[in-house]
Design a protein around this ligand. Sequence first.
Ligand SMILES: Cc1cc2nc3c(=O)[nH]c(=O)nc-3n(C[C@H](O)[C@H](O)[C@H](O)COP(=O)(O)OP(=O)(O)OC[C@H]3O[C@@H](n4cnc5c(N)ncnc54)[C@H](O)[C@@H]3O)c2cc1C
Length: 421
Amino acid sequence: MTMETDVLIVGAGIGGLTLALALHAQGIPCLVIEGTAEFQSIGAGINLLPHAVEPLAGIGLYSALLQNANSTTFLQFYSRHGAHIYTAARGTKAGHSWPQLSIHRARLHELLVQEFKARLGETRLHMDAKCVGLEQRNDGVAVLVSNRAGETRTIAAGIVVGCDGIRSRVRQMLAPNEGEPLYSGVMMWRGIAEMPCFLDGSTMVLAGSLRSGKMVAYPISGVSPCRTQRVNWVAEIRTQHRSQASWDVAGQRQDLTWADRDWHLPWLDVAAMIRTTSTIMAYPMVDKDPLDAWSQGRITLLGDAAHPMYPFGSNGACQAILDGFTLAECLSCFGLTERALEEYQQARLPPTKAVTLLNRTIPPDVVLDEVDARTRGEPFDAINSVISQTELAEIMGRYQQISAGRIPKFSRRSSLAHAAG
Ligand SMILES: Cc1cc2nc3c(=O)[nH]c(=O)nc-3n(C[C@H](O)[C@H](O)[C@H](O)COP(=O)(O)OP(=O)(O)OC[C@H]3O[C@@H](n4cnc5c(N)ncnc54)[C@H](O)[C@@H]3O)c2cc1C
């Protein structure tokens, strides 16, 4: 088989583009195919934790990220009645060398696309090229690609990485009997509003509970001269009425009547925030059972394709970024080999499986539901009479320890490392 590329990346989302940039930094050629014909500016805010900012900074993206994000200082939990529950420092405030960055997903994506085109060249990104089939051969993989007109072609690659998101076609081929994403019983609505600056202008707030309705709000921009900011919000509630798990489903304002009343957060007008949001998107909280393996021969998975998880603890994009740098490191050290994909799987499957399962049982947000259960949602005077700060710190600490991954460093192999074989 004549190889068209060393590494074929399926999907130009956050994970696929990060992998491409990380491979480029290691001198490994790649080609990216993206199913959509044009990128759309949909989605809302996401967070880059220090352990994801660090490797991106290592390939020279730090100042661009910083200019387009808000450096989060604190994570604060409140009851619906405005009672303070817990504060955790974030990023450099928590002693990390790198900040936590809150950023619009579309802006982050745009930055990665710009860098990709500047470094690898536009011709290495094929738009309107959907992976519809894969065939593993002795020396590589034949990937069947289709466009909107229904025309198909085959691309031969040494290694194929499925970075094609939660509805991954590549994963479907590796795990054909797996069903649809699993619904958690929680619906989410997202939006972005221009709001008066609240607290210190860089705090992420989580308030309420999943039983009666929860609100997450954090700024994704700096403060304007008239003291306003772009604030990303996510409203969440337990309900059996769910939307389709697709990133372009519009949210209905009438589904949010529970969310815009009875809030007593003195510094944030939740009703106004929802009312002034021009576009609301709906998305169910879904994940999939962790797989026992992601790498089969010369094919592997990365990001949401490998480990779709609930978006607690700001982990979706961060784990995809860690995957990307780890896989680039493995391919650089072990060559374009099945061994490299096994080493990658060994480094990344256990920690991402742990985060996926922890998000189902005790994510950091569980402190809100615990307080709600203990107080039956009634107002309280002092949080210490409900739950101790030590107990709260334990819940947060355990989660952060498990989710903060490290990119392994291997000793370098010979210069033949990049040869497909
Ligand atoms: C348009 C969009 C908006 C999003 N908005 C948010 C948000 O607001 N908040 C949030 O927490 N998360 C959002 N996400 C998900 C978030 O980006 C991921 O959870 C996380 O960043 C991990 O990234 P990923 O690269 O694994 O997957 P994704 O970022 O989902 O990227 C997957 C990419 O693969 C492409 N693709 C899919 N199937 C194929 C195929 N067969 N062939 C070729 N290409 C294919 C998709 O078009 C997409 O570009 C969004 C994802 C998308 C695609």
